[in-house]
Design a protein around this ligand. Structure first.
Ligand code: NAD
Length: 258
């Protein structure tokens, strides 16, 4: 069987990096991506030398559509094809709605929502032509339910789930699936600011603040490991998952069950 190729946005850190490792371990070529420079990317690729497939890194700010277009075209040129698109890059900012900085709103919508539209519109013609494709969007439990102070993030993640359903419907007969994964609290640097804010407010240690953050929402009383998301991504790429389409799958420690 021909080696498949996956592009994972925001794979220089956290969930994206874990997804890239799990996909590479399953035998795929991987295009890594992040905001960091090529020297960082070279070091990152070295981590992937143990896997059977090829690996490359591309730096691009996904709020800039030209840079995003370059990422997709470079992936297609470098690997000669693309089979799996994981839209994972994302940022967070918290503030009450009336105090939410408009530029932060625009940035979150651009990176957490619009970037997935742009990468999808660029990859879909290729997927349609080959009769196979997997689009996996890393949404959030905040695509299913809301929390205070997360207006832009919740809007972007709810929007991402709606967008994914449309792509699934439009392409279901073409061997293409589009799904969202909706994680709860995952152990990544994205949570650092929120943990630091709780520690400052409660005058507690980072460990205590992490625990407080988790149990306020999740029934599972621990941070979720990034590999748990990576393993679901690998499953969604498998033939067994060909009829899982347009879904928003929680991996959220029963947060959204409440
Ligand atoms: P992270 O901060 O560890 O990684 C974010 C990645 O996105 C990095 O690779 C970074 O370079 C990239 N990125 C940020 N801004 C970018 C930009 N302008 N252009 C291109 N790339 C950019 O965060 P993470 O926790 O691994 O988050 C990954 C995804 O998972 C996000 O979409 C996030 O919303 C989602 N998520 C995270 C959690 C969690 O608890 N950590 C929970 C639910 C959903």
């Amino acid at each position: 069987m021909q080696t498949r190729t996956a592009l994972v946005t925001g794979s220089s850190s956290g969930i994206g990096l874990a997804c890239a490792h799990r996909l590479a371990a399953s035998g795929m070529n991987i295009m890594l991506h992040g905001l960091e420079d090529d020297a960082f990317g070279k070091g990152l690729c070295e981590q992937f030398s143990e896997y059977p497939g090829r690996c490359a890194y591309f730096q691009a700010d996904l709020s800039d559509v030209q840079q995003l277009e370059a990422l997709v075209s470079q992936t297609l040129t470098h690997f000669g094809g693309l089979d799996v698109l994981v839209n994972n890059a994302g940022i967070q900012f918290t503030a009450p709605t009336e105090a939410f900085p408009p530029e932060k709103w625009d940035q979150i919508i651009a990176i957490n929502l619009s970037a997935a539209f742009h990468t999808s519109r660029l990859c879909l013609p290729h997927f349609q032509q080959q009769g196979f494709g997997r689009i996996i969007n890393i949404a959030s439990v905040h695509g299913l339910v809301a929390s205070i102070h997360k207006a832009a993030y919740c809007a972007a993640k709810h929007g991402l789930i709606g967008f994914t359903k449309v792509v699934a419907l439009e392409n279901a007969a073409a061997g293409i699936t589009a799904n969202c994964i909706c994680p709860g609290w995952v152990d990544t640097p994205l949570l650092n600011d929120q943990i630091a804010a709780i520690a400052a407010e409660n005058n507690s240690t980072a460990e205590q603040a992490k625990h407080d953050l988790v149990v306020a929402k999740q029934a599972y009383p621990d941070l979720i490991k990034p590999d748990a998301i990576g393993d679901m991504v690998v499953f969604l790429c498998s033939d067994a998952a060909c009829a899982i389409n347009g879904a928003a799958m929680p991996i959220d420690g029963a947060w959204s069950a409440q």
